[in-house]
Design a protein around this ligand. Structure first.
Ligand SMILES: [Zn+2]
Length: 242
């Protein structure tokens, strides 16, 4: 159920029965020499659409801007964590006023995660608002190590987009074989300056990525998120994924 496709009447009719809203959040930021800057927003929009189709959730437009300052001086269109939180808190309150009190925020960009996981607490502090908000970052639902413009993101993009320029794909920082301590140090540095750590803006190696792998990874993610949201929404939840 894509909210933009419906009239006021349709939405009221539908939301009486199924009142779970799904809000994808992405980013606009450099993704190496071969992927478009919209990669995170494209991937999270695609996953959210699949989940909405399977579960009948009301799919809201993707918030395409995120907290991506760490990619400077490479291209990024960034909003602050505070701005992102304000937008989402306002949206959750607005949904509540429209009698939609269960909300799933689906995140597609690493730098948004800390800001987003505080949303449930912030909304619950608002007097009179009793909502149920789940926050998921999609890469927590796959077995592979998350990367940035590496094998995972490139494979997914090959599966869903025609805008991948594989002939320009270059190996970036490949963390295989590093000690946990060294990896933690590099991750901390990358949060401050991604280009400083990776040199070319790529974390991982995209050169062997394929659309087939992308479809497999997407299937795994969609299946796991559907299962997790079913468990959470029927009340038999384990600790929420944060
Ligand atoms: Zn990305």
């Amino acid at each position: 159920m894509i909210v933009k496709d419906f009239t006021n009447f349709d939405i009221h009719k539908q939301t009486r029965k199924k009142s779970v809203a799904l809000i994808p959040v992405g980013s606009i930021e450099q993704h190496g020499p071969h992927l478009p800057v919209s990669t995170d927003s494209d991937i999270v929009s695609y996953i959210a659409k699949k989940i909405s189709d399977k579960m009948g959730f009301l799919l809201l437009p993707t918030i395409e801007y995120g907290v991506s300052f760490e990619h400077s001086p490479f291209f990024n269109l960034s909003i602050t964590a505070t701005t992102l939180q304000k937008i989402l808190v306002d949206l959750c309150v607005s949904l509540y006023k429209n009698k939609i009190a269960t909300i799933i925020i689906l995140n597609g960009h690493h730098g948004n995660h800390t800001a987003l996981k505080q949303i449930p607490k912030r909304v619950s502090k608002i007097h009179g608002i009793n909502t149920r908000i789940l926050v998921y970052s999609y890469w927590h639902f796959m077995k592979r190590q998350f990367d940035h413009a590496g094998f995972v993101e490139t494979s997914i993009m090959l599966a869903i987009s025609k805008r991948v320029q594989m002939n320009k794909a270059k190996k970036g920082l490949v963390p295989n074989g590093l000690s946990d301590r060294e990896l933690a140090r590099l991750s901390r540095l990358a949060k401050k300056s991604f280009p400083y750590v990776t040199k070319n803006g790529v974390w991982g190696d995209p050169r062997n990525a394929t659309a087939k792998d992308g479809r497999r990874i997407l299937d795994e993610i969609v299946t796991a998120i559907v299962k997790e949201s079913q468990t959470c929404l029927t009340g038999k939840s384990r600790k929420l994924h944060q």
